[in-house]
Write a protein that binds this ligand. Structure first.
Ligand code: PRX
Length: 665
C-alpha cells in the first residue's frame, strides 16, 4: 500500500482549485456539458469568428462507423500567435517578462517582454512572407534553446505556416528524413550551440541533412535561415577566433536571420485559421520505425494547453515557471511555448544541461529566478540524485511550490527524493501523463486538489474519460489493470498524422473500436488513483502474471546501491517470459553476489515470487535516445544475447550497446 500525501498549506493557500470535491465537480461538468465548460475558457481568447454554438465538438472514434475525425469549435477562426502575444499586450501586459533566457554558460542570460517578443515575431513573420512562405507551407526548425526558436515557431503560427521542429540532437539522417517527409520549404537553424562543454555545430548537421534530402529523397529546400548564436555567447571550450570558419556558407540558399528581419515592419496581420488548418506537426517514433508526423490544429489545442497549464501548475500572477524540456519535443511545444504564454506567464528558458558548470545547475537556476513551478523528467531526477542531497541543499529553494514530472513513470524512490529533498516536503508533485498525440496532460495530479501517491499519475484532467480495458476490449471497472484508452476526445488531441490518415486510424483507433488507444497500460487502485504501468510493449507476462517493467524497476531502485534500473523480458521455456534486469549503480556501490541476491529477494518480497528476476546485470549505462528514453528493444536483444540489435542511430551514445554485451551475464 502506498502512502498518500496530502497537499500542504504551502500549496493549498490561495490555490485556484483548492479541493478534491471542486476538482470532481469540474471534471463531471466537463464530461456532462463540454459546451458550457470549454466555452467559458474560450471566451477569454480572441476569435476572429466565434465557433457556432452547439458545435463545441464533433467526432467519430469508431472505425466501424466511418472515418475517424475530431473537430473542436467548428466554424471558428483564430490565431494562436495573436492570442499569446497581441491579446496579452492589449490586456496591458506588454511590459511583463515572457522569458528569462538562461544560457549554457551562467554568464549568458537575457530577458524579453511580451511586447518586444511580439515585435520580433511580427518582423520575422513578415520576413518569411516576403520570401514566399505562407499558409500551409512547412518550415523545419532545427534550433537550440534560444529565444529565436520561440520567435520562429510563433512567426510560423502567425502566418499559418506549419512548423515542424526537429530536436537539435537528431542526426543529419533523421533531419533529412523529417524535412523531406513534410516537404519543408525552409529550414531554420543556428550556427551552433554549446551543451555543457560540448560544441554542436548545428549548421553542419543541417548542411548534411540538406544534401541527404536531395540525394535520398529528391527534396530541395528553398532556404536555410541561420541565427549567428556563437558570436554572442561565452565559449565553454576551445573554439577558433573566427567561429565562421567552423562551417560553410552556401550563397544559393543560406541566409542570415538578421537579413530576413531587417527593415521589416512590426505589424503583421495574422492568418485566421479554422479547426481544420494545421498549426504544427511533430514527429514521434512509431513502432514500425518510420516516424509519425503528429498533426495539431489551433482552436482545441490552444484551449487545452491553456487549461492544463493553469490548473496543473496552479498558475498565479507573480509565478516564475520553468520547464526544462527541449522545444524539440511536445513538452517544449506545449509547456515551454504555447501554454505558459496563453496564460501570460513568465517563464525561464534554459539552453544548458543540468551538469554544467556543476551538477547543481538546476537548483542554482531555480534559486536565481525564484522559480515557483519546476517541471522536468524522471530521468533527470534520477541522474541528479546520484550527486547527493548537499547539491540541492546549498541553494535556497523556498520559492518552489509545484514540482512536475513527465515522460515516463516516475519510480517511487525518485519521487520521494524529489518530494523530500527538492520540495522540502511541502511542494506538490504533479506526475503528468501524456503523449505527443494528446497535446497536453491527460492524467495528472492537481497541486492543491488531489492527494498524491509516489508513482501514480493520479486522475483525468478535465474533458478526459480514461477507461481501462482488457485484451478482448472488455471494460475493467474499479480496481484492475489493462490497456489505457480514452472514450472521447479532449480539446488537445491530435487530428491526424501528416498525410497519413489511414495510419492514424490504424495505430490509434483500430485495436479497440470506439476508443483512442494510448499504447500504455494502466492500473486503477482501490482509491481510484490511476497508475501508468508503461508501454504495453513493455508489459511482461511471467507465468500468467501480468506486470509492468516499471513496477520492477521501481523496486530495484529502492535499493540504495541502485541509481537506475531497466527491466526487459527474456523468453523463458517454462514461465513464458522471465525478467532480465539491468542496473546502474550509485558511485561507490559494489556489484557482487550479495547485491544480486538481495535485489532478487527484494523483488520477490515486494511483488511476489513470480516476479523474481532471473538475471541482474551490471550496466555501465543504458541505451537511451537523446531525449532520455530507454530503448528497450535493444535491451531485449542484449538480454537474449542477440547481436543483431538493429538501428542504433537514434541513441545518444551507441557505444553503450557493446559495453552491455561485454558485461552480459
Ligand atoms: O509511455 C508513456 C510515457 O511517454 C509516452 C509518450 O511519449 P511522448 O509522445 O514522447 O511524449 C512524452 C512527453 C509527454 C507515453 O505513451 N509517459 C509520458 N509521461 C508519462 C509517461 N508514462 C508514465 N507516466 C508519465 N507521467
Amino acid at each position: 500500500m502506498s502512502r498518500v500525501y496530502e497537499p500542504t498549506d504551502h500549496v493549498v493557500e490561495k490555490s485556484l482549485l483548492p479541493s478534491f470535491e471542486q476538482y470532481q465537480n469540474m471534471h463531471k461538468e466537463s464530461l456532462e456539458d463540454p459546451e458550457s465548460f470549454w466555452s467559458e475558457l474560450a471566451n477569454e481568447f480572441y476569435w476572429q469568428t466565434p465557433y457556432q454554438r452547439g458545435n463545441i465538438v464533433s467526432y467519430n472514434f469508431n472505425v466501424d462507423e466511418g472515418r475517424i475525425f475530431v473537430r473542436w469549435l467548428e466554424g471558428s477562426r483564430t490565431n494562436i500567435c495573436f492570442n499569446v502575444l497581441d491579446r496579452n499586450v492589449r490586456n496591458g501586459l506588454g511590459e511583463r517578462i515572457a522569458f528569462y533566457w538562461e544560457g549554457n554558460h551562467p554568464e549568458d542570460y537575457s530577458r524579453i517582454t511580451y511586447m518586444k517578443l511580439m515585435d520580433l515575431v511580427c518582423q520575422f513573420a513578415n520576413g518569411l512572407r516576403e520570401r514566399g512562405i505562407g499558409k500551409g507551407d512547412r518550415v523545419s526548425i532545427y534550433m537550440p534553446m534560444i529565444l529565436e526558436t520561440v520567435v520562429c515557431m510563433l512567426a510560423c503560427a502567425r502566418i499559418g505556416a506549419v512548423h515542424s521542429v526537429v530536436f537539435a540532437g537528431f542526426s543529419s539522417d533523421s533531419l533529412a528524413e523529417r524535412m523531406s517527409d513534410c516537404k519543408a520549404k525552409a529550414i531554420v537553424t543556428a550556427d551552433g550551440a554549446w551543451r555543457g562543454e560540448k560544441l554542436l555545430v548545428l549548421k553542419n548537421t543541417c548542411d548534411e541533412a540538406i544534401q541527404k534530402a536531395k540525394e535520398k529523397y529528391n527534396h530541395y529546400v528553398d532556404m536555410c535561415i541561420v541565427v549567428p548564436h556563437l558570436d554572442r555567447v561565452t565559449p565553454c571550450g576551445k573554439i577558433p577566433d573566427d567561429v565562421k570558419t567552423l562551417y560553410k556558407w552556401n550563397e544559393d540558399i543560406d541566409i542570415w536571420w538578421h537579413d530576413i528581419v531587417e527593415g521589416m515592419s512590426t505589424i503583421c496581420p495574422p492568418e485566421w485559421l479554422t479547426p481544420d488548418d494545421p498549426l504544427f506537426m511533430l514527429y514521434t517514433s512509431g513502432s514500425t520505425g518510420k516516424p509519425k508526423g503528429v498533426l495539431h490544429t489551433t482552436a482545441g489545442y490552444m484551449l487545452y494547453a491553456a487549461a492544463t497549464f493553469r490548473y496543473v501548475f496552479d498558475h498565479r500572477e507573480k509565478d516564475i515557471y520553468w520547464c526544462t524540456a527541449d522545444v524539440g519535443w511536445i513538452t517544449g511545444h506545449t509547456y515551454v511555448v504555447y501554454a505558459p504564454m496563453a496564460n501570460a506567464a513568465t517563464s525561464v528558458m534554459f539552453e544548458g544541461t543540468p551538469f554544467f558548470p556543476d551538477n547543481d545547475r538546476f537548483w542554482a537556476v531555480c534559486e536565481k529566478y525564484k522559480v515557483t513551478q519546476f517541471y522536468t523528467a524522471p530521468t533527470a531526477i534520477r541522474a541528479l540524485t546520484k550527486f547527493g542531497d548537499e547539491m540541492v541543499k546549498r541553494h535556497n529553494l523556498d520559492s518552489l511550490r509545484v514540482l512536475g514530472s513527465v515522460g515516463e513513470p516516475i519510480n517511487p524512490e525518485a519521487w520521494l527524493w524529489y518530494y523530500n529533498v527538492v520540495g522540502q516536503g511541502r511542494c506538490s508533485i504533479v506526475d503528468t501523463f501524456w503523449q505527443t498525440e494528446t497535446g497536453g496532460h491527460v492524467l495528472t495530479s492537481l497541486p492543491a486538489a488531489t492527494p498524491m501517491k509516489p508513482g501514480a499519475a493520479g486522475f483525468p484532467f478535465f474533458g478526459v474519460e480514461p477507461t481501462i480495458i482488457d485484451e478482448n476490449g472488455r471494460v475493467i471497472e474499479g480496481v484492475g489493470e489493462g490497456y489505457l484508452v480514452f472514450a472521447r476526445p479532449w480539446p488537445g488531441i491530435m487530428t491526424s498524422l501528416y498525410q497519413d490518415h489511414n495510419r492514424y486510424e490504424d495505430v490509434y483507433f483500430r485495436k479497440f473500436p470506439g476508443y483512442y488507444c494510448t499504447g500504455d497500460g494502466a492500473r486503477r487502485d482501490e482509491d481510484g488513483f490511476l497508475w501508468v504501468t508503461g508501454r504495453i510493449d513493455d508489459m511482461l507476462n511471467v507465468s500468467g502474471h501480468l506486470m509492468s517493467t516499471a513496477e520492477v524497476e521501481g523496486v530495484l531502485t529502492e535499493d540504495s546501491n541502485v541509481a537506475e534500473a531497466a527491466v526487459v523480458s527474456k523468453p523463458h521455456p517454462v514461465k513464458g517470459e522471465s525478467l532480465y534486469c539491468f542496473v546502474i549503480l550509485n558511485e561507490g556501490a559494489k556489484f557482487d553476489a550479495d547485491l544480486i541476491d538481495s535485489l532478487k529477494k527484494r523483488v520477490r518480497s515486494r511483488i511476489g515470487a513470480f516476479a523474481a528476476p532471473d538475471v541482474i546485470q551490471h550496466a555501465p549505462g543504458l541505451p537511451k535516445t537523446r531525449s532520455g528514453k530507454i530503448m528497450r528493444r535493444i535491451l531485449r536483444k542484449i538480454a537474449q544475447g542477440d547481436k543483431n540489435v538493429g538501428d542504433t542511430s537514434t541513441l545518444a551514445d551507441p557505444s553503450i550497446v557493446d559495453m552491455l554485451f561485454l558485461t552480459r551475464r
